[in-house]
Design a protein around this ligand. Sequence first.
Ligand code: ACO
Length: 325
Amino acid sequence: MTVRRSVVRGTGSYLPSRVLTNDELSTLVDTSNEWIVQRSGIRERHIAAEGEYTSDLATNAARAALDNAGIDAAEIDMVLLATATPDHTFPATAVMVQEQLGIAHGCAYDLQAVCSGFVFALSNADAMLRAGHARKALVIGAETFSRILDWQDRTTCVLFGDGAGAVVLEAVDGEGAADDRGVLSSRLRSDGRHLDKLYVDGGPSTTGTAGHLRMQGREVFRHAVGMVSDVIDGALTDAGVEADAIDWFVPHQANKRIIDATARKFGWPIEKVVVTVDKHGNTSAASIPLALDIANRDGRLQPGNLVMIEAMGGGFTWGAALLRW
Ligand code: ACO
């Protein structure tokens, strides 16, 4: 039976040039390189320059992905951008990216699921491609979390960074089997009973300001591994694939301890885990496509590999997707 699949044709990413190290952060708030590395695995993060916006980061990542795919922007008929830090309340940042790429056909819109945004966007784009609404899609995660951090709050400001990553997806007819290339399965979840554990204390309809990120870090940590394990299990079951068949685990890069505990649970050795949190910090929706691009360009991701991605974030939202590269 022919089944339409969304195949990754190319990847791209962009990081602002300014690097903020833990030692430099220690001069701004009462913290230390040792504390940050021990609790999170983060050593440095990138920070967007004044006048450099989420749309700029996203457009740079999208251009790199198109280049990597060898596909012209004119062939793209959908731009889906996951972000919690849009340039403006509206129009959607995706439409700004579409305009900067010179695309005036198809559709472009933003998707908001915070740190899980890229998994949600990939799953949504896959559904759109399979339903025939588009043929070639740009799926982007881009964030400027530095703009919503409270730089006096050491419990949050040390954990996040700015960046963008993108993939080009193309609808291709497969056999409907687990050895097809493309997105094989995805599971998405949310549960608003956890709204107060990770949120931003402002918004257009409430304070009229962008607000600042607030987090009960311990509570997030307590739920993270169980929640992502559940959707990983679901994505494996839906695709009829065993955990030990996974070639690469590309998790959301929030915290090295969460990554290690999840990988351990599924028996994936550290050599199969793509880790960028040390250099990028938590870039929210950008973290997975950034990590995919790095592993794609350095040759770790090879055609035919099974790749598991997962994320969890504010809401809570969480999700996982299984792809054959
Ligand atoms: N530097 C030094 N000390 C600090 C810092 C800091 N930056 N931040 C907090 N502390 C102190 C606290 O004040 C506390 O001191 P006290 O014992 O005197 O009260 C002590 O360190 C321990 O604080 P905890 O919050 O209990 O530290 P914990 O071991 O839980 O680590 C952390 C905190 C890193 C936030 C951890 O809970 C965590 O990783 N949580 C997950 C959060 C996360 O990943 N969020 C990302 C967004 S969601 C997502 O993407 C999955």
